[in-house]
Design a protein around this ligand. Structure first.
Ligand code: GLY
Length: 388
């Protein structure tokens, strides 16, 4: 924690009871455990009209399979109960077959760092470490040095007309940074930094808003275009995409201590905060969705951003900005923890009202597992920062 962070958090009046919210998550997890036990599948989402998890098999094609094990590790971090660790180990081990495969796409970071990354952080188990080091090398095989980024979707090279990179891919750099510090190659660090730099150059508009997808020539690497995949339009501000940008540039600054990444994290954050509805902290699924105020919200974007801003407020070298980001993060957590956004008795998830893929009509106004992951991560971060 930085000195600024210590000063700020030492004078904060805790505006909400984080233990209460973590106990709530623990209770919801118990309900999920009863519902999914025995079939070795991962909870994925609950439609707004449903009360039970849609579950998915563990397969390399699903980017979301690592979130439930990650949630279980955060829950264990809170409870410190050996039985909670056992469940986390069990669901983490279900992912083991994925650790042996060649790179299918960039989502390997989401799949294995949220699960095995937290497992290693909390247990120090060397088997987990070996798996993560191998996964980082596998992810790095998708790096194209001419383009300067990791390829996101090898299967969609023809569809997009080249080497495609999505903003979400930035999150996966954390596994490369981690590996380079934990016995892996220094090249992994260089790849992560190059990817982050190239992304700043081509993935963002003048105002700091990001495209979902950038396309580069796969032979000479030149930038071809920025387009959307899950946003409203190529030039709109897709809420979760911007949340990934906030989260990832904060993480890249933490890992590199290079101030240009801090300044960029501020830029993408200030745009997001400036475009939130007045006195509201959960965005519409796209800030430019045509039917606002009747458009669905995206609680996952708010959860990702809340977690990111708790970290950014600690890393800041500017006292005012630190306070601004801390206040915004707390406001987001308070709103997400309200009756409107928590599932409570209606469903076993933590949160309601996330939007997965609006253009394809999938997971709209739903409970989605990654919203729950970033929500509990934010609660754990809040607790550790405030010593609450
Ligand atoms: N990584 C895909 C998404 O954010 O929906």
């Amino acid at each position: 924690m930085t000195v600024i962070g210590l000063l700020l958090f030492s004078c904060v009046n805790t505006p909400f009871n984080v233990e209460k919210e973590l106990n709530y998550c623990n209770l919801q997890l118990k309900k999920t455990g009863v519902e999914i036990s025995g079939n070795n599948r991962m909870p994925r989402s609950i439609a707004d009209t449903a009360a039970r998890w849609k579950q998915e098999d563990v397969k390399i094609e699903s980017w979301t399979v690592g979130f439930f094990p990650g949630i279980l590790w955060y829950n264990y971090e809170y409870t410190n109960e050996p039985s909670d660790a056992e469940v986390a180990v069990y669901y983490t081990n279900l992912l083991y077959p994925l650790t042996k495969l060649p790179a299918y796409d960039h989502d390997l970071g989401f799949q294995l760092f949220c699960s095995y990354g937290n497992a290693y952080r909390l247990t120090g188990n060397e088997d987990y470490k070996r798996i993560l080091l191998n996964a980082a090398d596998t992810l790095a095989t998708l790096f194209n040095p001419k383009a300067g980024t990791i390829l996101s979707w090898p299967r969609d090279m023809n569809l997009y007309g080249g080497h495609n990179t999505i903003i979400d891919n930035m999150i996966n750099l954390e596994m490369l940074f981690w590996a380079s510090k934990n016995g892996g190659s220094k090249k992994l660090y260089d790849i992560a930094v190059k990817h982050a730099e190239t992304t700043i150059k081509y993935h963002f508009r003048e105002d700091g808003g990001c495209y979902h997808v950038t396309v580069y020539d796969s032979i000479d690497g030149h930038f071809i275009k920025g387009v959307t995949h899950q946003g409203y339009s190529d030039s709109s501000l897709w809420a979760r995409g911007q949340a990934w940008a906030i989260y990832s540039y904060t993480m890249v600054y933490r890992e590199t201590q290079d101030k240009k990444f801090l300044r960029f994290a501020e830029k993408v954050t200030d745009l997001y905060l400036g475009r939130l509805p007045k006195n509201e902290y959960v965005p519409y699924w796209d800030f430019d969705a045509p039917n606002i105020p009747n458009a669905p919200r995206d609680a996952s974007a708010a959860a990702i951003t809340a977690s990111a801003l708790l970290e950014l407020s600690q890393l800041e070298d500017n006292r005012e900005k630190s306070a601004k980001y801390q206040t915004a993060a707390i406001n987001m957590l308070v709103e997400l923890s309200s009756e409107k956004y928590q599932s409570r008795a209606s469903k076993p998830s933590f949160l309601l009202h996330s939007t997965g893929h609006y253009p394809s009509g999938s997971e709209i106004d739903a409970s989605i597992i990654y919203a729950d992951y970033y929500y509990i991560e934010a609660l754990i971060r809040y607790k550790s920062i405030t010593n609450n």
